[in-house]
Design a protein. Structure first.
Length: 240
């Protein structure tokens, strides 16, 4: 990690590679020029209960070169929603903190049923986990997944400067620090689909599976046999 990353507490357990690293006030994002969207977004869930109102000021992230940047017009009449990777409800201490989550670099195209269904349900479940008296801090890294044995559908009209590939699924990897000093990890893959009749626990996967599909290393500063075992097994939700 570079010196900037070392100063960010979100990067405590590692920072995956990306074409461009965007350091925001309260989360870090790795951007993919190839996919024209985030490769991952890393955050610490906000324990504050101030309940700042959702800002809803969706806007372009002009730190990203124009040739690789998806702007608002890409989503118009597409049938897909601007799905948060770092959830708005996770960052509620200040208005500027919440506003940052509406940068389009933090968005991926999600089917409405996914965005308002299983993805939202998982976000809610992570916040509930974070509220446990046994949990000191909750780290979350989320991102899109593309399956190269399936067709990748593009969205965006001829008037758009950049077309956007639609992810086949999304991952979320959750790491908690317990008040006993131990660490637990869970990872999920949520299909970007319309039909969700499954319990959230059915989307649990090995963390190593996410790493293989996404092409990144998760929680890479954690070393040793115990951590390897945690990443190579599925732990019951939320068993700790």
């Amino acid at each position: 990690m570079n010196n900037h990353a070392q100063l960010k507490r979100e990067a405590r357990y590692g920072l995956p590679a990306a074409d461009q690293i965007l350091y925001n006030r309260h989360y870090i994002l790795g951007y993919s020029y190839y996919f024209r969207q985030a490769k991952w977004a890393l955050e610490i869930i906000d324990p504050d209960k101030s309940q700042v109102k959702r800002v809803n000021n969706f806007r372009s992230d002009y730190r990203i070169p124009e040739a690789f940047r998806a702007d608002k017009e890409v989503y118009e009449n597409s049938g897909y929603e601007r799905g948060h990777l770092v959830a708005s409800a996770n960052q509620i201490e200040t208005q500027i903190q919440n506003s940052e989550t509406f940068l389009l670099s933090n968005m991926c195209p999600q089917k409405p049923e996914c965005n308002k269904g299983a993805w939202k349900e998982l976000e809610d479940a992570v916040r509930t986990l974070n509220n446990s008296s046994k949990v000191l801090e909750t780290y979350v890294i989320s991102g899109p997944l593309f399956y190269f044995d399936k067709e990748v559908v593009m969205m965006g009209s001829e008037n758009c400067k950049v077309s956007l590939p639609i992810p086949h699924a999304f991952f979320k990897s959750v790491l908690i620090e317990k008040n006993t000093g131990t660490i637990n990890v869970w990872s999920f893959i949520i299909p970007n689909e319309t039909d969700f009749n499954q319990e959230l626990s059915t989307y649990l996967v090995k963390t190593t599976k996410v790493e293989k599909i996404a092409g990144i290393s998760l929680w890479e500063t954690l070393l040793g046999t115990k951590i390897s075992k945690k990443k190579n097994r599925i732990t019951k939700m939320w068993k700790y």
